[in-house]
Design a binder for this molecule. Structure first.
Ligand code: NAG
Ligand code: NAG
Ligand code: NAG
Ligand code: NAG
Ligand code: NAG
Ligand code: NAG
Ligand code: NAG
Ligand code: NAG
Ligand code: NAG
Ligand code: NAG
Ligand code: NAG
Length: 263
């Protein structure tokens, strides 16, 4: 049951899995099951986080599909039919006209200009979501803000890895079951690592942790050998691993495990 994967980037090599009798359909079912859901979080506001894709979408569903396609973690959507002027701009413009003689110049550029494009896009997909302090939210009556992380807004000790997810390193010695449960009760799961991008970025994240102190190791290449991190793989059946989203690991093309791993 216990799975430890040591993320030694240098030692990651290809390991072929023995063929098994499972049909292709099972993996397809696996893939279909996992549709990340975006939740509406703010009405008449948008997030000013980094935009990784722009689209004119007819429906919020179309915008959400585009967001999934672009590996976005959140998006801003302006529904059709909503007045296409931002009332907050109008209000500050009035305020400005009332108190100043100089002609009005928008203080913050309009959304469209923010990207150096004159066209208006009603679907902005974002590489990272808002944190609990909503520090990059902007009042904009045209838009609503949707996020994958709405039920449990990430607190400031989380790290966003753009397009991958939100991660928190828990610097406590626990066994696998307790680590698994600690993540679940924090509203998450042990890190899903079954892709090159995930492995690469998580290794980087771990190697940059200031608290990864190991008395003997003043050498980043040896550090992971005596530091073990739990990741989201369960050996639910003998030699068959499942990810933290309960997907079969052998359905992933990712095979860059150290020799003999995962074990
Ligand atoms: C949005 O972000 C850009 C750059 O990231 C910044 O220049 C701008 O001031 C921000 N706008 C608001 C309204 O926060
Ligand atoms: C949006 O609001 C402005 C300002 O009141 C108004 O002039 C305009 O007609 C409205 N547009 C629509 C489509 O309702
Ligand atoms: C503010 O003043 C400008 C001209 O200086 C005018 O064009 C604009 O309509 C005014 N805006 C509002 C909201 O009154
Ligand atoms: C948005 O507008 C409300 C008032 O409607 C104001 O209290 C709040 O500070 C504004 N937030 C931002 C991020 O500008
Ligand atoms: C909000 O949280 C982010 C993420 O940790 C942090 O970088 C930022 O400084 C915080 N902003 C405020 C205003 O507290
Ligand atoms: C992260 O922050 C939350 C609340 O801000 C706190 O309850 C939790 O203990 C922190 N976790 C770590 C690992 O620092
Ligand atoms: C994990 O540790 C807890 C107590 O710290 C213990 O009750 C539990 O049996 C352990 N589980 C395993 C699988 O070792
Ligand atoms: C994965 O392991 C954890 C901890 O041992 C256990 O609680 C959980 O039920 C397991 N999940 C599956 C799908 O086997
Ligand atoms: C890490 O180790 C250094 C010296 O090796 C020490 O100064 C520092 O306080 C340690 N940090 C933590 C978080 O234990
Ligand atoms: C770590 O290594 C650097 C040089 O690579 C050295 O200057 C430093 O003193 C070492 N620190 C410890 C705690 O051994
Ligand atoms: C780290 O350790 C490895 C093997 O123990 C050694 O080959 C390498 O030169 C060391 N690197 C540094 C920067 O000390």
């Amino acid at each position: 049951m216990r799975v430890l994967v040591v993320l030694t980037a240098a030692a990651l090599v290809f390991v072929l899995f023995p063929p098994d009798g499972a049909s292709e359909r099972t993996c397809e079912a696996n893939a279909r099951k996992l549709v990340h859901r975006f939740y509406p979080l703010r009405h008449c506001q948008r997030s000013n986080r980094t935009v990784i894709g722009l689209l004119n979408a007819k429906t919020v569903r179309e915008c959400a599909d585009f967001a999934r396609d672009k590996q976005a973690l959140a998006f801003n959507y302006a529904p059709e039919g909503r007045n296409n002027t931002n009332w907050y701009d109008v209000v500050s413009e009035r305020e400005h006209n009332r108190t100043n003689k100089t002609p009005w110049k928008p203080a913050s550029p309009a959304v469209s200009n923010t990207f150096g494009i004159d066209d208006f896009y009603n679907c902005h997909v974002l590489d990272c979501p808002e944190y609990r302090n909503l520090s990059t939210i902007v009042n904009d009556t045209r838009f609503d803000y949707y996020t994958l992380y709405a039920r449990n807004l990430p607190s400031s000790n989380y790290t966003c890895i753009p397009s991958i997810g939100m991660f928190l390193f828990e610097n406590t010695k626990l066994n696998f079951s307790n680590a698994y449960n600690a993540c679940v009760s924090a509203g998450g799961s042990l890190a899903h690592i079954a892709s090159d991008a995930r492995t690469f970025h998580l290794s980087k994240y771990l190697s940059e942790l200031p608290s990864a102190n190991n008395s003997a190791s003043n050498n980043t290449t040896t550090m992971p050998l005596d530091t073990q991190y739990y990741v989201g793989l369960n050996e639910t059946e003998k030699n068959r691993f499942f990810t933290s989203a309960n997907e079969r690991l052998d359905c992933f093309t990712f095979r860059a495990w150290a020799p003999g791993h995962p074990e």
